[in-house]
Design a protein around this ligand. Structure first.
Ligand code: FES
Length: 363
């Protein structure tokens, strides 16, 4: 090996001071290579400074047990060898691969690095279980209506929910009289994490499927993605009104649907097309139109179309907010049931037109 193959980074004592001031890791650009230099447990390490997953900036990560944890989706890499350690919640990467690492040596109090002798980069291999990532294509068959209840509920102690009741009875009638396939999904039955703001770190960190879906096999938001992106032609969303807004679970879901909407803004890729959304909204007080307006805008931004008169709503006013009476009113209201059925009928008719147009185009 030629002496010139080694290049000097700096005096060890200066580097230790500098690295200590940066949490013991720092990115250096050395002959155009991005190198993550570390000083942990009295030893220097040098590896490539961009994550093997999606290029996250490792210098902004945290150190755990001799590894740097990527700030974007938490993959970890050995600070000396570059070998990935799959985080416990990472089923996607059957192997996170290995980042290049660089030999270091100390001579006369200086730290030297050998950039030519870098170890090979091994790209991560992915677990193909992420079927939800497939290209959306409508599977043949009858029209499919998804009922999506966003009411928060303790599944151990279920209670009567006006919006959920209307949603379920409407689905049943649609199945019996419109001969569509139906599916009911209650967000309260699903265990899923809040959006953790990957987009706020970097637009590249907010992925489809959602970064959390990729990381966490226990996260059940995948059922909503599968149903909305791949299965349903029509989605009927039910929500109560909570302080003038849709339910908290609705917003928890909406934040996780960022990953669908971001595909449009970031990659010009529309995952939801030729699908219809309509809404059943019930509340003890008013603000129905604001809730409906917000939901319509959001679902419109995802790619859904709305039928004429796109929501059915019910509210008890200021002067008679007697919630037991409210339940009775909804349970006994033939009018609300008829209106909800007419809503799904309009949604199904619109979706059928989309399917017919698509089929005609494919002939
Ligand atoms: S874990 Fe580093 S970019 Fe995703």
């Amino acid at each position: 090996m030629q002496k010139t193959d080694w290049i000097e980074i700096g005096k060890t004592e200066d580097l230790i001071r500098e690295l200590s001031a940066h949490g013991f890791i720092k990115e250096y650009i050395l002959q155009e290579k991005k190198v993550l230099l570390s000083y942990v447990d009295g030893k220097f390490g040098a590896i490539y400074s961009r994550c093997n997953h999606m290029g996250g900036p490792l210098a902004k990560g945290r150190i755990h047990d001799g590894h740097v944890e990527c700030p974007w989706h938490y993959w970890q890499f050995d600070l000396k060898t570059g070998q990935a350690k799959s985080p416990t919640q990472e089923p996607l990467a059957s192997s996170g691969g290995c980042l290049p690492s660089y030999p270091l040596k100390i001579e006369n109090g200086n730290l030297l690095i050998h950039l030519q002798n870098e170890t090979e980069r091994v790209r991560p291999s992915y677990n193909p279980m992420q079927d939800v990532a497939r290209e959306p294509k409508r599977a043949p068959g009858r029209l499919r209506v998804l009922g999506l209840s966003t009411t928060a509920m303790d599944p151990q102690h279920p209670r009567y929910s006006t919006s959920e009741d209307l949603l379920k009875s409407t689905l049943q009638k649609a199945q019996d009289e419109l001969h569509v396939e139906t599916k009911f999904l209650a967000l309260s039955d699903l265990k899923f994490r809040h959006c953790e703001g990957f987009y706020s770190k970097s637009e590249k960190a907010c992925t489809w499927p959602c970064s959390i879906t990729k990381m966490d096999p226990a996260d059940e938001m995948i059922q909503v993605y599968e149903a909305l992106v791949h299965w349903a032609d029509v989605v009927l969303v039910g929500t109560p009104i909570r302080w003038g807004a849709a339910s908290s679970l609705y917003y928890k879901m909406a934040e996780r649907l960022n990953s669908v909407q971001n595909q449009i803004t970031l990659r010009d890729r529309v995952l939801i097309q030729n699908k219809v959304a309509a809404f059943i909204i019930t509340g003890g007080q008013d603000n129905i139109q604001a809730v409906a307006g917000q939901m319509l805008t959001f679902f419109g931004e995802l790619g859904f179309m709305a039928p004429a008169f796109p929501f059915v709503a019910h509210s008890l006013g200021w002067s008679s907010e007697d919630m037991e009476k409210n339940m009775d009113t909804v349970q006994q209201s033939q009018y609300l049931r008829e209106q909800s059925f007419e809503l799904v009928e309009r949604a199904v008719q619109l979706a059928q037109k989309f399917v017919n147009t698509q089929q005609a185009a494919e002939l």
